[in-house]
Design a binder for this molecule. Structure first.
Ligand code: F6P
Length: 327
């Protein structure tokens, strides 16, 4: 082994996700269990550059498994994208005697980690934490299940008012450039359609929705729209429908950042706990530049480059199921 790992650093970066605290807790306790010291890095790569580091003991991660957000704070650092920024980050690692880094986040976090690993030969393990679920190589990312359940609660409420007023609602949800939250929340809420970036254009998907004859059996409808899937924004869809059918009463609701908050679900807490332990095991097995994930309930190691660059697709049977069930 090139390095004997005596001390690890752990950080969260990019958009926060419910369950990140459970992952920090698991990483910390699994490391301590193997006599590895833990240095918590605050504010993601930004804090790595400025040296915001504190040693963590087991009590530092008590009473956080149920809390949303991240106790380590998070940030998106432009400075870390520069070679000078990464040089400063490396100097912090050396000064703090950190031998390996565990990064919790999405593809921006993994891209940064990959660069640091390549330039300074640092062992890095990624833990997938993002509500978007858009990382290849893992069936789920930490935070996705909680976000999905939050959306479901919101859409159920919108359904009440949509039914009372006999309206068509377009509900925009997060996902960055992926339709996992949109498609799965649409199925879970019995929605009439989902507009997702993985299939056809938004215009074509709207045509399909209009052509589905949704008004024959229903006086109200809810269409879930994945953010960034409609050029010009979700309101464009509402305006187009209104132009074609002035008799419809149409509304748009953008759920926004409430989708990132709240106490993590049992699924997210369990996933985060397993992946935190798996990340330490991976380092002990001399793995580097990998993401720990779960496939078919088993822990897997996936090269970080693959997790970032391969496109994870939505399941086609779900697209079909939604169409069949929305009549
Ligand atoms: O990647 C997580 C995410 O919540 C995306 O779904 C969304 O597009 C983005 O982050 C929002 O970022 P910010 O919190 O910086 O506005």
């Amino acid at each position: 082994m090139e390095y004997t790992i005596k001390t690890i650093g752990v950080l969260t970066s990019g958009g926060d996700a419910p369950g990140m605290n459970a992952a920090i807790r698991a990483v910390t306790r699994a490391a301590l269990n193997n006599n590895i010291r833990v240095k918590a890095i605050f504010r993601g790569y930004k804090g790595l550059i400025t040296g915001e580091v504190k040693e963590f003991h087991t009590e530092d991660v008590s009473n956080i498994i149920q809390r949303g957000g991240t106790i380590l704070k998070t940030a998106r650092s432009d400075e870390f994208k520069t070679t000078e920024g990464r040089q400063l980050a490396y100097e912090t690692l050396r000064r703090e005697e950190i031998d390996a880094l565990i990064v919790i986040g999405g593809d921006g976090t993994f891209t940064g980690g990959t660069l640091l690993a390549r330039e300074y030969n640092i062992p890095i393990v990624g833990i997938p934490g993002t509500v978007d679920n858009d990382l290849w190589g893992t069936d789920a990312t930490i935070g996705y299940d909680t976000s999905l359940n939050t959306i479901m609660d919101c859409v159920d409420k919108i359904r009440d008012t949509a039914t009372s007023h006999e309206r068509v609602f377009f509900v925009e949800v997060m996902g960055r450039n992926a339709g996992f939250l949109a498609l799965n929340s649409a199925i879970a809420c019995g929605c009439e359609a989902a507009i997702i970036p993985e299939r056809k254009t938004a215009e074509e998907q709207l045509e399909h929705f209009i052509g589905s004859g949704f008004r024959k059996s229903k006086n109200s409808s809810i269409v879930i729209v994945a953010e960034n899937s409609v050029p010009g924004g979700t309101q464009v869809l509402a305006d187009t429908l209104k132009e074609r059918h002035p008799e419809y009463d149409v509304r748009v609701t953008i759920l926004g950042h409430l989708q990132r908050g709240g106490s993590p679900t049992a699924n997210d807490r369990i996933l985060a706990s397993r992946l935190g332990v798996a990340a330490i095991n991976a380092l002990l097995e001399e793995q580097r530049s990998i993401m720990v994930g779960v496939q078919n309930e088993e822990i897997v190691y996936v090269p970080l480059a693959k997790a970032i660059h391969q496109r994870k697709d939505v399941q086609s049977d779900k697209v079909t199921a939604l169409q069949i069930l929305s009549i």
